[in-house]
Design a protein around this ligand. Structure first.
Ligand code: FDA
Length: 406
């Protein structure tokens, strides 16, 4: 890599020349830098943050759910569901696990194929930095980018630290989620600057909010979690549901939030593995003197049982209740149609849906078809994974793909 001081208008203007510039030292950017560096390309990674991989650090509750052993194209949302296939096939969860193992990082499967570090997410950041060092990639943190231009031979990036030039530019600047961690939507603006289409973006993997009336009625449930199936149209997820002070959360809600659109209904089934209607009928026969709250309390948290009974305005003992009332009660728990008023937005969303239209990118290399040398990878591309390690797998795979070509 060449560095030279150029005198411009009497001021010293640092110029760095390399083969590849990567914008964004997150999961995707570091992976791309490793790949390109290993091919012998000189690489410089720029990030405005003071530390690399900040989202890795906070991910998975500090333990980083770094991949999912079941990751495949079906776990991703995109206007073109086929786009992710090539990259996912060429860098698989097993490939990432092999890297983690090479670095002696202990991990475990938590549930549903989700792999977490035993110790700390920082182990993954340290591993990526070590791999970058081995690949000879240079990391320039605290670098604000003021402009990007196409030159005759590649790209020129103007920054607070001077100018950078390279023949290839990989944009790995992430999406809009968690602005307080430095998410800026920069990648979308850059794509537009180069004439690439950007599909509407919206928060994904995000808690859903409820209107004030409904929120008031479920206020006593805040903090309660229960196994649930949440449906939106033909899509359904079975995981935990959590009632909060703002609405609904928990993995099942985060999953469905990526499919949900403003104005849509979702259908909640609590304890989907239990036939609540049958259970209530049996309870009525066996112990008619118990209250419906007590009967529901056999498998639901007490406050939730109480809420469901009060909502259906049911009173009396089980023996007093017609089967119709029991069915209504069961349906209240297992066929509960809810219309969320909105989502908590980018403030808490784990990912950004939509983004750079995959139609503008080559699926093998992530290179912009109309702008040779320009690559987009990771969250800024219109490929969004489910909750459970899929988004990092996309970051690794798309980063690897660009690293092989840039
Ligand atoms: P990422 O956002 O990681 O990196 C972008 C980088 O670009 C950042 O370093 C940023 O500072 C830099 N940047 C942005 N704008 C810039 C600019 N203008 N100039 C210079 N640099 C700029 N996924 C998963 O699979 N398992 C998990 O456990 C979790 N957990 C999780 C928890 C939380 C709280 C969040 C918010 C997200 C997750 N995710 C997750 C999602 C995962 O973090 C996300 O999909 C990846 O970090 C995306 O990687 P990227 O490299 O594309 O973007």
């Amino acid at each position: 890599m060449e560095k030279e001081d150029v005198i411009l208008n009497g001021e010293t203007d640092l110029q760095r020349k390399s083969d590849v510039i990567v914008i964004g030292a997150g999961a995707a950017g570091m992976m791309a830098a490793i790949g390109a560096g290993k091919r012998g390309r000189s690489v410089v990674v720029l990030d405005h943050a003071r530390a690399p991989g900040e989202k890795i650090r906070i991910s998975g509750g500090g333990r980083c759910n770094f991949t999912n052993i079941h990751a495949g194209p079906k776990n991703f949302l995109s206007a073109n569901p086929h786009f992710c296939k090539s990259a996912l096939a060429r860098f698989t969860p097993a490939d990432f696990i092999a890297m983690v193992d090479r670095h002696g990082i202990a991990w475990h499967e938590k549930t549903l194929g989700q792999l977490f570090c035993d110790d700390s997410a920082k182990d993954i950041i340290r591993m990526l930095l070590a791999e970058m060092r081995m690949a000879g990639a240079v990391l320039d943190l605290g670098t604000e980018i003021s402009g990007v231009e196409k030159t005759e031979v590649g790209f020129r990036v103007s920054t607070s630290e001077g100018h950078y030039e390279a023949s290839s530019l990989i944009v790995a600047a992430g999406g809009k989620s968690i602005p307080k961690m430095g998410a800026t939507g920069f990648a979308y603006r850059l794509a537009e600057q180069f004439g690439l289409p950007v599909l509407e973006t919206r928060p994904g993997l995000v808690p859903l909010t409820l209107d004030p009336g409904l929120l008031e009625s479920i206020a006593p449930l805040a903090g309660i979690a229960a196994p649930a199936e949440i449906r939106h149209g033909r899509t359904a997820f079975r995981e935990a549901l959590l009632f909060t002070h703002r609405g609904l959360s928990g993995p099942a809600i985060l999953q469905i939030s990526s499919y949900w659109r403003e104005g849509d209904e979702i259908v909640v089934a609590i304890e989907p593995d239990i036939d609540i209607a049958a259970h209530l009928k049996t309870a009525k026969q066996l112990n008619g003197r118990q209250s419906p709250q007590t009967a529901l309390g056999d498998f639901l948290p007490k406050r939730l049982a109480q809420f469901l009974v009060e909502r259906e305005k049911i009173s009396g003992n089980m023996a007093d209740l017609p089967d119709k009332a029991l069915l209504r009660l069961a349906a209240g728990a297992q066929n509960w149609a809810v219309k969320p008023s909105g989502s908590e937005g980018y403030r808490t969303a784990e990912v950004t849906l939509g983004g750079i239209d995959t139609a503008a990118l080559d699926s093998r290399s992530m290179e912009a078809k109309a702008v040779p040398g320009l690559y987009f990878i990771g969250e800024c591309v219109d490929v969004t994974g489910w909750l459970g390690g899929y988004n990092f797998q996309w970051a690794w795979a798309s980063g690897f793909a660009a690293g092989e070509w840039a």
